[in-house]
Write a protein of this length. Sequence first.
Length: 384
Amino acid sequence: MPKCTNCGFIFRYDKCPRCGTPAPQSGIKNAPAAPPPLAQKTDENKSELNQFFEIVCSITTTSDVDSVLKKVGSAAEKLTLTMASSIMLLDDDGKNLYFKVASGDKGTILTKLKVPVGEGIAGWVAANKQPLIIQDVSVDARFTGKIDSESGFKTKSILCVPLIANDELVGVAEVLNKIDGSNFTENDKAILTSLSNFAAVAIVNAKNISGQQNFFANVFEILTTAFEANDKRFSGHCFKVAQLSTAIARELNITGSHYKDIYYAAVLHDVGFIAEPEYSILEHSSNRVHPIKGYEMIKNINLLKSAAGLIKYHHLMYDGSGFPAEGLKKEAIPVGSRIISLVEAVEDMRFSVYPEEKIRQTVESQKGIKFDPVIADIYLKISE
Ligand SMILES: [Fe+2]
Ligand SMILES: [Fe+2]
C-alpha cells in the first residue's frame, strides 16, 4: 500500500483520504486503483501486519489507561480506514455506557453523554455482547441518531464491538463510516475486536491497580490508627511525619518509586510499636527496638520492601549516633531515612512543646552533625 508523501498515512487508493495528496506513482485522479497483483497484495498484507504490530507495541508499552484508549481509537480508525471512532465504558451500576474516548472536534461534547444499555447501536452491542456491523444506519431501527444530533457528525455505517475482559462486559468500541464509502468487512471486525481486547485488559488492569491503592490506603489507616491509639496525644503523628517528609523529598526532586517509598516509610515509620505494646509510644525517641521491629514487620511485603529499609534507620542520625548502631553515617544512610529522622526529631520537639523558633535553632545548630545539612536547609526554608 502506498504511504502518503505528505502525512505518512498508509492507504489503498489513488489519493490520501486524510490530506488528499495523490498516491506516489499514481496518475489516476478520483478513481479507485486497479486490483493489485498477487505479489503486491502480499506486500500490502505484510505492511498492514507491521502497522498492527507497531500499534500493539505502542499500546502495550503505555501504562496510562486514558492514553491506551486514545491509541486504540486512533489505531482502529487507521487500520479500518474509517472517519471516526469512540470507546464507551460501562458505568459502575451496569446500566449506562459513557463516552471515554471520542475522535473529532465534538469529542469532548460526547464525553458528557450517556447511552443506556439496550438503547441504540452501542446499547444493543452492550446488552447482547455481540459485535454488530450496520452498513446503512438509515434502514436500521436500532439507530436513534441522538449522538449525531449532539456531535454534528453524520453516521452512515457503524462497526461496533463489545469490550470484554474475564467474561465481563467493560464497554464497547465503534468505528464509523468507511472513508471510501465501502462496506465494513469481516477483516475490519477482526481488527477492531483485537484492538478492543487490549483496551479491555488496560481497563481491567487500571481498575485492579486502583483497587489495590484503595486497599493499601485503608490498611495504612487501620495500622496507623492501631499504633497511634497507644496514646491520644500521638494521634495524627504518622501523617504529620509523612506530610513534612514528602514536602522535603519534593524539594530534593525525588520522584517515582523513591518518592513513594519515602511516603510509605514515613506513614509506617513507627509501626514497630504494634509489637511493643508495653511501651508508651511517646517514648519513641528512646525506644531502640521499634525501628527494627517495624522493618521486620513489613520487609516481606513486596510493595513495601524498599520502604522497610528506610524505617529501619529512621532514628539514625547523620553523624552515626542514634540507633540501630551498624556503623552507617552521613550519605551511607539512605536519603529517605535521613529525611524521616530529621522530621521525627522535629515532631519530638513539638511533643515537648518547643516553640517553633527553638526547633529551628536546634536544627540549625545540628546541621551537619545530627542532621543532613542539605535536608536541614530545606526544612529551615520550608518552615519559615
Ligand atoms: Fe515517630
Ligand atoms: Fe520512631
